[in-house]
Write a protein of this length. Structure first.
Length: 657
């Protein structure tokens, strides 16, 4: 029951309780008035009336009313503050009031039989004045006031009228009139009080309804409809609140750390595309429920949009990391939808306050950096932002910025690295390797260029420019020499790029047999089926295919078997491992595996004579590496080949000069 500290009714107190609380402030006065006036009357009649009337009866009645008075002075009990309790108290006050009225008026009129005209006058004044005083105190209980008014004034007025004394008769008429007017005014005052409380309560109800509506609106404005999780607005509001709470006047005091995380579903776009958006929404709904159930204690999870979720952890990173990893594992549990099961992966990046930043913007950005890093290097993982990461990402951003304004036709070049047949030690093919000399950044490593081009979605343009150059170079190379050209995953996935590549080969009139396309294992795992289809088309056209960097990716032996491949290019890390017995066994095992799948084997990264001998003995058909020839411009390559007495075509002789 809302009450103010001094037990006064507040705006939310129900009417009956408000009435009682107002009444209890006046009732002690009423009892005090009665006790004093009654004592005075007993005093003026002492010696005139019998002792039982002037001493015994007051000694019984006065303590009784004083006891009631002290009861009302006590603080209200919780029970009194309920509607039922207050009603009971008011009813009891009405009954007791009526009892005291009858008792005192009978006693006073009894005393009127003794004494002279002054004492008679005192009796009439005592009853008349006291009843008016009591009615005043009963303003808030019109029922009790009416009962007391009637029970006291009627006998008094009758007594006055029957007295035969004209003064008493007119006093009786006066008292009857004043009491009647008093009761009418009192009733009116109570109605005003009643209306005041009722309108105040109505106002409170209205205010409560408005508050509820605004709470609901606020909840809606802060909730993501699809998942039921808090939304982006809530997330940033909560993040700001955490920062605000840590805003310390004393900068020397250590700040309590907290963590900001970003979760991103892996492969969600592919699932959305494959199964449709309705299914995608249901998946998000299920994930939302899981995250909602897990978001307890110091953990808050919100949906930021798409398949991205924000996490706030009010604690240090060593506690945040396991909690966020648990969220990722939760997402990883397969979801059954329409009779099929979908397993989603999830990567997470975390930024720690205050190391990573002290503003919402900085912290969120850095958790996003960490996520970006995880996605690029350790998909499905969870990493805490570090300044090394930021430096790395800044470099990548600079490369992207330079690439966006680059004139690719002018700035891109190709170098060619010979690949030798270990049986004849002649150049069997050359691998075209991209070189980018940026006017802004200088020479940029090809792996960096390709990764940036993939991120910016310009890799297809880069590939086509380079391939055209490579084809031109191929025309100046002797017939048995083939061209190895690297394709990125995005090239394989782009039907228009694949068509353009085929068109270019047809246009140059070069035999497709002289072209080998290299693809890395990692490029195949994104969408194995699409990659296989693209490779099959190329092979049907007549070109050969090679799996590059074998041993560094994730492709299983089974998928190796299923892929339309001609050559396996073993990653150069295996060459380095050949110094040990187990390394040599591994190299031999890969060769045997390739042989069983009817694949030729190329060993990359040959740098020493010993390595070349080992690889040759292990049965590797082709070898490539700095020992045999570094990547070089086509002119330099042709020169080297001429020095090695390789028969060059007519065009090449002009080219080399
Ligand atoms: P990759 O396809 O594995 O190319 C071989 C890389 O190994 C080349 O690095 C080459 O210079 C280097 N290399 C060759 N022999 C040796 C050796 O004996 N020792 C050592 N330590 N390294 C050796 P590069 O030119 O820096 O290219 C790096 C990667 O960039 C390539 O690896 C390839 O994945 C990618 N790349 C290059 N050009 C292109 C391109 O035109 N298109 C695409 N999609 N990727 C390309
Ligand atoms: Ca390659
Ligand atoms: Ca390679």
């Amino acid at each position: 029951m809302p009450l103010s500290k001094n037990h006064l009714p507040t705006s939310e107190t129900p009417l009956v309780v408000a009435t009682l609380l107002h009444f209890r402030r006046q009732v002690p006065w009423m009892y005090a008035l009665l006790a004093i006036n009654a004592t005075a009357l007993a005093y003026t009649h002492a010696g005139l009336a019998p002792r039982w009337m002037t001493h015994a009866l007051p000694a019984l009645l006065v303590p009784l009313i004083l006891w009631r008075m002290f009861r009302w002075l006590m603080p209200p009990t919780p029970e009194m503050l309920t509607e039922a309790g207050a009603t009971r108290m008011i009813n009891r006050a009405t009954v007791l009031g009526s009892f005291f009225a009858v008792a005192f008026v009978s006693w006073a009129l009894g005393l009127a039989a003794y004494g002279g005209p002054y004492e008679h006058g005192h009796v009439v004044v005592f009853i008349g004045i006291t009843v008016l005083g009591c009615l005043f105190c009963l303003t808030h209980l019109p029922g009790a006031a009416t009962a007391v008014g009637i029970l006291v004034s009627v006998p008094l007025v009758v007594y006055c009228l029957l007295s035969g004394n004209p003064v008493f008769v007119s006093v009786g008429v006066n008292i009857a009139l004043v009491t009647a007017v008093f009761l009418i005014v009192l009733k009116d005052a109570h109605r005003v009080f009643h209306n005041l409380i009722a309108s105040r309560n109505a106002l409170v109800t209205e205010r409560q309804q408005a508050q509820r509506l605004s709470d609901e609106n606020r909840l809606l404005a802060h909730t993501d409809v699809l998942t039921g999780l808090p939304n982006r607005r809530y997330f940033f509001g909560a993040l700001e609140a955490m920062l605000e709470a840590r805003h310390q006047p004393d900068p020397a005091a250590p700040a309590t750390p907290f963590c900001v995380g970003v979760l991103d579903l892996d492969r969600f776009k592919a699932i959305n595309d494959t199964y449709g958006h309705v299914c995608g929404d249901r998946l998000l709904g299920e994930i939302g429920q899981r995250l909602n159930a897990a978001a307890q204690g110091p953990l808050t999870v919100a949906r930021l949009g798409g398949d991205e979720f924000g996490v706030l952890f009010d604690g240090p990173p060593d506690l945040a990391q396991p909690a966020i990893r648990a969220l990722c594992s939760n997402i990883h549990v397969p979801i059954a939808i329409d009779g099929f099961e979908v397993t989603l992966g999830c990567s997470a990046g975390i930024a720690v306050y205050p190391e990573a930043g002290t503003t919402a913007h900085a912290l969120f950005d850095r958790s996003d950096y960490a996520l970006y890093h995880v996605k690029a290097h350790q998909r499905g993982g969870c990493a805490v932002f570090s300044h090394e990461q930021e430096a790395l990402i800044r470099v990548e951003q600079r490369v992207e910025a330079a690439l966006q304004v680059a004139c690719l036709e002018r700035e891109l070049e190709l170098h060619y690295q010979p690949i030798f047949d270990t049986r004849t030690m002649t150049v069997t093919s050359v691998e075209a390797l991209a070189r980018w000399k940026s006017p802004v950044l200088g020479e940029v490593a090809p792996a960096t260029l390709i990764a940036a081009a993939e991120r910016l979605g310009v890799i297809n343009a880069v590939t086509l420019i380079l391939f055209e150059r490579a084809l031109t170079s191929l025309t100046v190379l002797p017939d048995p020499v083939s061209l190895s050209f690297n394709l990125s995953a995005q090239d394989l996935m782009s039907p228009s790029t694949m068509r353009e590549i085929v068109r270019m080969i047809v246009a140059t009139n070069i035999s497709p047999k002289r072209i080998i396309f290299e693809v890395t294992e990692t490029s195949l795992v994104t969408d194995m089926a699409a990659a296989r289809e693209a490779l099959e088309r190329l092979r049907d056209f007549g070109v050969r295919t090679a799996l590059d960097d074998f041993g560094t990716g994730y492709s299983s032996l089974c998928s190796l078997h299923e892929l339309p491949l001609d050559i396996l290019k073993v990653d150069r890390t295996f060459v380095n491992g050949m110094a040990t017995g187990s390394g040599r066994s591994m190299v031999a095992a890969i060769r045997n595996l390739a042989q069983s799948l009817s694949l030729d084997c190329t060993m990359e990264g040959i740098e020493t004579e010993n390595q070349l001998i080992e690889v040759t003995l292990a049965g590797y058909r082709y070898a490539q590496g700095y020992l045999l020839g570094r990547p070089m411009p086509i002119d330099a390559l042709l020169m080297t080949m001429r020095e090695q007495h390789v028969h060059l075509p007519e065009a090449a002789r002009h080219s080399v000069g």
